[in-house]
Structures are given as C-alpha cells and as structure tokens.
Design a protein around this ligand. Structure first.
Ligand code: UT7
Length: 316
C-alpha cells in the first residue's frame, strides 16, 4: 500500500522583489539574472514567519482534500529554515491547524520534499491512512544580502500535500553523497566562552558551477531510473515537476531527456528557488490549473545540498 494525492496547497509571502529591486543595492542586472537563472521576481518575507506560510498551505491542502485536521495520522515537513530548531515546523503546523498526530521535520535540503514523500510512503506501508507532507522555507534569512551570487537566486514560500492510502505512488529514488564543499549553510554558533576557533558565517555558500553540473546529471539519471522503476517509458510521463533552481538546468535536462519543454513545468520566473518548497508549490499550481487528466503520470525530481537528489513517479 502506498498513497494517492488528494489535496494540495501553497502560500507565498506578499512582498514581490524584482530583479530591478535587487539592482538598487547589488552589482547585478535584470538581464544577467533573467538570462543566467530565469528569474524575474521572487517573494520575500517581510512580516511572515515560515510557520504562517506553512499554515496557509496546509489549510488549502486540507480544504482541497476535503478532510479535517483531526483525520491526519502524521505531519512531515521538509525544511532547512524553520522558525525554531525545536519545536519542529511540523509541530508548529500541527498546533496551528488543530491536528492531533505525530509530527516531524526532515532535512534533505532542496530534495527534502521528495524525501518526505518517501518517508510518508513507509508509514502508509505500516497502515497509516492520511498524512500531510509540507515543504516550507524562508531562505531569505540564510542569505548574505551583499553576495550577488546567491542573493538573486532564492525566495520564500510553502507548499503542502494531503496524502491518502492508495496505489498512485509508483516509484522513487533517493540519493546522497556527503559533501559540504559545494553547497552548505553553517549553523549560527552562539557565544560560548570556551570556543577558540573562528566560526563560519551562517549564510548560504554555493559553488554554482559544481552544483549546476551535479544538478543536470542527477536530474537526468534520476528521472530515467524512476520512470523505468514505475514500468513506464519517458513518453508516458505527462508532466515533469523539477526543482526550480535554474531555468537553464530544467531546459538542459529536458532537452537531454527528449522531454517536450511544455511538459517540464517551471514557475522559477515568479518564485525564485524556494528549496524544499519548490516542488509542492509547483504541484499545487498544476493541480489547480485544470490541465491534469485522470491517469496522468507525474515525475518529480530534485537536487540540492548534501549533495542529495531524489525523484519519484505518481499517478493522478
Ligand atoms: O537549489 C540548490 C541547487 N542550486 C543550484 O542548482 C544552482 C546551480 N548553479 C547555477 O544555477 C549557476 O551556476 C548560477 C546561477 C549560480 C551562476 O551562474 P553561472 O552562469 O554559473 O555564473 P558564474 O558563477 O560562472 O559567474 C559568471 C560571472 C562571474 O563574473 P566573471 O568572473 O566572469 O567576471 C560572476 O562574478 O557572473 C558574475 N555574477 C554575476 N553578475 C551579475 C555572479 N552573480 C552575478 C549576479 N549578477 N547576480
């Protein structure tokens, strides 16, 4: 027994930050960001907490799923930017929506949402009936806003899914190859009087080109593998939901796989890279677009710090 998706929801902060807004204090341009990354604007929290974004996404997913919070058997939240280290963001959401079930966070960076879906699949195999999975991030608090190589890329947002026991989760693949040189975010270290060594700044560090190469290779290999594991061909996949890290990564991977660009979905121009939230936000847009037909196969694929990657195939 695995699951099927019965509800989706998403939420973005209200403040739109355009490339031109960033050019007022960074040595960058709309032309560079649009051409190299494919982003025109992103949403950045001003007063919103990540818990508030997650709450709104969760409520929308419950409403679409037509279930009450008390029917949930578990809440799993993928995040690297929760408001608290403890309690988990999942516990905060559990309290705010009024659920009464176990709740926990998962950290697999940008691959976190698919890791969380796969974790949920394990609980469905144990007999759980309904699980909420979220991806929610406020990466704006982890950015050095003087660093143009990262500040232009990321955005804030949250997405949620309500899953019910079923047979629509057809295959998955999770990977990790431990590496903190390419992409990392050090934790703030505090002020112990005993510390003797210099502490790194608690901001996103990314070797863009190395990450880019890893991303394209992982996405192509992972999608081929999960499609095969599902007993399908690439042509059977109606929609690919890729992690929104760079429009060029998505276009290059689609071309390499021979997937038509219109089947490989993007919203990065409006959202930027929202890490673990990017896949559920895009899924919610697809679920509400009216484009889905019964039986459509959807492939999801993600990659990020770890270095991790993950992919899966679900049937609508
Ligand atoms: O979700 C986590 C996973 N993350 C990713 O998958 C990100 C993968 N990597 C990328 O998307 C791209 O590598 C970036 C968008 C991060 C960078 O694009 P790039 O084409 O690899 O640029 P680059 O790092 O090679 O830099 C090219 C030039 C450099 O200038 P010089 O040395 O050629 O004079 C940079 O200093 O672009 C410069 N540059 C910028 N210029 C204007 C870097 N950032 C900016 C900027 N505006 N924001």
């Amino acid at each position: 027994m695995s699951f099927r998706i019965i509800g989706t929801g998403s939420s973005l902060p209200s403040r739109v930050v355009t490339n031109d807004d960033l050019s007022t204090f960074l040595d960058t341009s709309d032309e560079w960001i649009s051409q190299r990354v494919g982003i025109s604007e992103r949403r950045i929290c001003t007063t919103e907490s990540v818990a508030q974004l997650a709450h709104k996404a969760a409520k929308a997913a419950l409403e679409m799923g037509g279930i009450t919070p008390l029917e949930l058997d578990m809440i799993i939240c993928a995040t690297i930017s929760a408001d608290y280290l403890a309690p988990s963001l999942a516990c905060t959401v559990q309290q705010s929506i009024g659920a009464n079930c176990p709740a926990m966070d998962i950290n697999a960076a940008c691959s976190g949402f698919i890791y969380a879906l796969d974790t949920a699949a394990g609980f469905f195999a144990r007999g759980f009936k309904k699980i909420m999975v979220l991806g929610a991030e406020r990466l704006s608090k982890l950015i050095d806003w003087n660093d143009r190589s990262t500040a232009v890329i990321f955005g804030d947002g949250a997405g949620a899914m309500v899953l019910e026991a079923g047979d629509a989760y057809l295959s998955s693949k999770l990977q990790a190859k431990g590496n903190s040189d390419v992409l990392s975010i050090p934790q703030p270290i505090g002020h112990s009087v005993y510390y003797e060594n210099e502490m790194p700044q608690p901001y996103i560090f990314m070797n863009g080109q190395e990450t880019y190469k890893f991303a394209v290779n992982a996405m192509c290999a992972d999608i081929i593998d999960v499609v095969k594991l599902a007993g399908l061909e690439l042509d059977d996949i109606s929609w690919v939901i890729p992690h929104q890290a760079n429009a060029r990564i998505i276009d290059t991977s689609a071309k390499r796989l021979g997937i038509a660009p219109e089947r490989c979905l993007k919203n990065i121009d409006r959202t930027g890279n929202t890490s673990a939230a990017s896949i559920p936000i895009l899924c919610d847009e697809l679920f509400r677009s009216g484009k889905l037909n019964d039986g459509d196969y959807i492939a999801m694929s993600s990659f990020g710090a770890g270095l991790t990657s993950a992919a899966c195939v679900v049937r609508y």
